[in-house]
Ligand binder design. Structure first.
Ligand SMILES: Cc1cc2nc3c(=O)[nH]c(=O)nc-3n(C[C@H](O)[C@H](O)[C@H](O)COP(=O)(O)OP(=O)(O)OC[C@H]3O[C@@H](n4cnc5c(N)ncnc54)[C@H](O)[C@@H]3O)c2cc1C
Length: 424
């Protein structure tokens, strides 16, 4: 019998791929079995809106090709959904009746977009979430001839989708439950800057709205809101956030809150079972709270830590917190750490320069910066990220951080704190 260990990984995306690389980096010769419900090589969900917008070709969505799996000696089981885990006999059951044994198991099943539960069955062809490459194909095709599109929700995914299709002569209406866009990242003052940009491009935003029902009328959808409005749409794109894919561990003793609960080594409470990425709930290094941090960078970092531990190299995730950097209709935006604190929770310094379209808000706890929301001027996002992650005493420079990004960078000695974004 072979003494080589079998590492089974469920999920072929940011967390799963990072784990594969980490296991092999240690020189571990064990068998890696990579299971994915989708029958394709790994791709970036982050880039799907650029594909929909025609900025990149479909082939550019893929992060790796066949040679990656060959070079890393990965046995692919793609197009198969894991449906059950037996942690006692260390077996993962797949659909269509097959199964895979393991010594170590990583659950990296990510998250699914929340759907609308008020859609009539015959209207469903006109309604889509945006998460997978399949969603992106469907939405891209529907956008080709669309005249009117309704978007529900004004989070980052919704706004990135709008950015992709704005300016094509499509009437876009956004239904927002709260009273502002980007309510997870921004306060009302900074959100108003993004709202202005959207409205300036002809996007209608209706606040305080929920969808009562979506019915079919002819070859279109008809969206009825809680205000009784009726909106016709060739396509309804649902942006209601995501839900960790934890169904697999139902009925086991693996602890789940919102996501699968992990420690700093990405271990669940069951021996030999790890979780990483959008499915995992870990400790936020700033707040100390357990939470799912559903970002690409976090999934990569957690996947790497899980892989190292699976290979027998004890490693801990450091500096885990929310962070995002993007551009919405020409406005560069970075939210790092606690970017949307409760009123009075932290000491704040704000800097505004409306002429240059700059808004910067930094939150401090004692002498440490714990969060930043930067609009229009984000050159030093990497430097600020470093300060937050390291818990550095910035009391001498806090005004400078808020106002003058380049000077602040020089103060720290010109280290390269670059943002390792989307690299694999
Ligand atoms: C349009 C869009 C824009 C985004 N923009 C950003 C951004 O700007 N910045 C950022 O940080 N993040 C962004 N994200 C979020 C980012 O894509 C996710 O955080 C990241 O993909 C999470 O990676 P993951 O490996 O945890 O899981 P996922 O990418 O969700 O992958 C999950 C994998 O598990 C597989 N799987 C799921 N269930 C099963 C099962 N039961 N059996 C077998 N296989 C299964 C899936 O097929 C897939 O391979 C964006 C997402 C979208 C959709």
């Amino acid at each position: 019998m072979s003494s080589l260990k079998t590492h089974a990984i469920i999920g072929n995306s940011a967390a799963g791929l990072s784990a594969v690389k980490a296991i092999r980096k240690t020189g571990d010769p064990g068998r890696i079995v990579l299971i994915s419900a989708e029958n394709c090589n790994a791709y970036s969900p982050v880039l799907t809106t650029y594909y929909i917008g025609g900025e990149i070709h479909r082939s550019h969505l893929f992060l790796v090709d066949d040679s990656f799996y060959r070079d890393f000696d990965v046995h692919r089981v793609f197009g198969r959904r894991a449906v059950e885990i037996d942690p006692i006999s260390r077996v993962v059951y797949l659909d269509q009746g097959s199964k895979a044994g393991y010594d170590n198991l990583l659950i990296a099943t990510g998250a699914s977009a929340r759907s609308l539960d008020t859609v009539d069955a015959d209207a469903s062809p006109y309604v889509s979430t945006l998460r997978t490459i399949e969603d992106a194909d469907r939405i891209k095709e529907a956008c080709e001839n669309a005249k009117e599109i309704v978007v529900t929700g004004a989070g980052l995914v919704s706004l990135q989708f709008i950015k992709a299709i704005v300016g094509r002569g499509i009437k876009i209406t956004v239904l927002v439950g709260s009273e502002q866009v980007l309510s997870q990242q921004m306060d009302p003052e900074s959100a108003a800057i993004i709202q202005d940009k959207l409205e300036g491009k002809g996007v209608s935003i209706l606040f305080g709205r929920s969808v009562e029902r979506v019915i079919r009328r002819g070859d279109r959808a008809h969206v009825i809101t809680n205000f009784g409005e009726g909106l016709s749409a060739d396509l309804v794109v649902v942006g209601k956030g995501v839900q960790p894919n934890t169904q697999l561990v139902k009925g086991t003793e693996i602890k789940v809150n919102n996501g699968i609960i992990v420690d700093d080594r990405m271990r669940t409470n069951m021996e030999g079972i790890f979780a990483a990425g959008d499915v995992a709930e870990g400790r936020n290094a700033i707040t100390g709270q357990m939470e799912v941090i559903a970002t690409w960078l976090n999934a990569c970092a957690q996947g790497e830590i899980a892989g190292l531990n699976m290979a027998g190299y004890p490693s801990e995730r450091q500096g885990q917190f929310r962070e995002n950097i993007t551009t919405i209709l020409g406005v560069a935006l970075a939210s790092i750490g606690v970017s949307r604190p409760e009123e009075g929770e932290f000491r704040e310094i704000r800097y505004k320069d409306p002429k240059r379209g700059v808004f910067r808000k930094l939150s401090f706890e004692g002498s440490k910066v714990v969060g930043a929301l930067l609009l229009g001027s984000i050159e030093d996002a990497g430097v600020i990220r470093h300060c937050i992650a390291s818990g550095m005493d910035v009391s001498l420079w806090e005004e400078k951080i808020a106002r003058a990004p380049l000077d602040f960078g020089r103060i720290l000695g010109g280290h390269d704190f670059g943002w390792p974004f989307f690299k694999n």
